[in-house]
Design a protein around this ligand. Structure first.
Ligand code: SF4
Ligand code: SF4
Length: 71
């Protein structure tokens, strides 16, 4: 079980960050709950530190699309 709930509200918030992030791999969402992207991701910045989902669940990481879910 990951910390972050895989729910619609969190997906909606995530869309405002991940999909406009310069590193976004082009598909997938809510990496902090669902785990890393199946695509290769080039680190070009991560918006997770500004995201409310991150704060709500006490996560402190970045690049969940590369590192995997917040545990
Ligand atoms: S996890 Fe971070 S780096 Fe990856 S797409 Fe989302 S905001 Fe961008
Ligand atoms: S912390 Fe990152 S991966 Fe998680 S919902 Fe926010 S923007 Fe998306």
């Amino acid at each position: 079980m990951t910390k972050v709930e895989d729910k619609k509200e969190n997906v909606g918030i995530c869309r405002q960050y991940c999909t406009v992030c310069p590193s976004y791999p082009g598909e997938g969402i809510l990496f902090c709950a669902r785990g890393k992207s199946s695509k290769a991701v080039e680190k070009q910045g991560c918006y997770c530190p500004s995201c409310e989902v991150q704060t709500e669940y006490g996560c402190t990481g970045t690049y969940y699309c590369i590192e995997g879910a917040c545990e």
